[in-house]
Write a protein that binds this ligand. Structure first.
Ligand code: AR6
Length: 255
């Protein structure tokens, strides 16, 4: 399968425009957020983010797919890194992958007795990966759904943490990155991102497009009505018709 370039991955801004939800590039981050479903190893972006384990020596899931596609050079370099803490990230070359670098982050094994600890660690994964990308001058970065596979983080909760952390980072450092891409693989994650992304990166709302159209229609209607109205009299009708006052008095007297 041919590698997919960052520019060919649809941004939220484009998706909103296709759905006629967005007027223009008015919501700051929408053209810098990408969404694609597929195999992250096929993306020709600056960096892909691997959902690794503390050893950084490979495993199953996306980690296994990345190591297989990269070739032996990746695990050889990973050995020199001496592992990675949960919630942190380290960077390597990409070897046979079409991307330039691989950022390896270690998500939490979801702890449903202490969800706040899992959340803090997952935030750390996204934040430290973004920081590494910026430090290395990487402009386009694609995230797999960290911890949402065998580490058991509920998809919707993980997605909210991912969107919120990326949004906060972009609010502060947005211009340093050209595109942050969320890569979904399974249907549950597709559903989570479809419902969550518009909450964190809203379109320049449907209502505002509708309201603008309604305001235009109203103005046109008002203009049409105004053109049909008689001119406003500039003098008192009684002055223009001297009999009028008498007629009126007579009429009032009859009733
Ligand atoms: N491209 C994009 N996403 C993928 C791909 C792929 N090729 N393959 C799987 N996913 P997981 P974790 C998605 O289990 O939960 C490894 O053994 C998948 O649908 O890979 O963080 C490590 O060595 C899911 O949404 O990572 C660790 O031991 C997401 O990638 C452990 O698993 C993450 O699922 C880490 O567990």
């Amino acid at each position: 399968m041919a590698p997919i370039a960052a520019a060919d991955i649809p941004s939220l801004g484009l998706l909103y425009k296709l759905k006629k939800l967005d007027k223009a590039q008015t919501t700051p981050h929408n053209d810098r957020i990408g969404l694609i479903r597929g195999d992250i190893t096929t993306l020709a972006v600056d960096a892909i983010v691997n959902a690794a384990n503390n050893s950084l020596l490979g495993g199953g899931g996306v980690d296994g797919a990345i190591h297989r596609a990269a070739g032996r050079g990746l695990v050889t370099e990973c050995r020199t890194l001496k592992g990675c803490d949960t919630g942190s990230a380290k960077i390597t070359d990409a070897y046979n992958l079409p991307c330039k670098k691989v950022i390896h982050t270690v998500g939490p094994v979801y702890d449903d007795l202490r969800p706040e600890r899992s959340e803090a660690a997952l935030r750390g994964c996204y934040r430290s990966s973004l920081e590494l990308a910026v430090q290395h001058g990487l402009k386009t970065i694609a995230f797999s759904g960290i911890s949402t596979g065998v580490y058991g983080y509920p998809s919707l909760d993980a997605c909210q943490v991912a969107c919120d952390t990326v949004k906060q980072f972009m609010d502060q450092n947005g211009k340093k990155l050209d595109k942050v891409i969320f890569v979904t693989f399974e249907a549950k994650d597709v559903r989570s991102y479809d419902s969550t992304l518009p909450l964190y990166f809203p379109p320049d709302t449907e209502t505002s497009v509708d309201q603008e159209k309604a305001a235009e229609d109203q103005a046109a209607e008002a203009e049409a009505t105004a053109s049909k109205l008689p001119d406003v009299p500039t003098t008192d009708p009684a002055d223009a018709d001297p009999d009028h006052a008498q007629k009126k008095q007579k009429h009032d007297g009859e009733s």
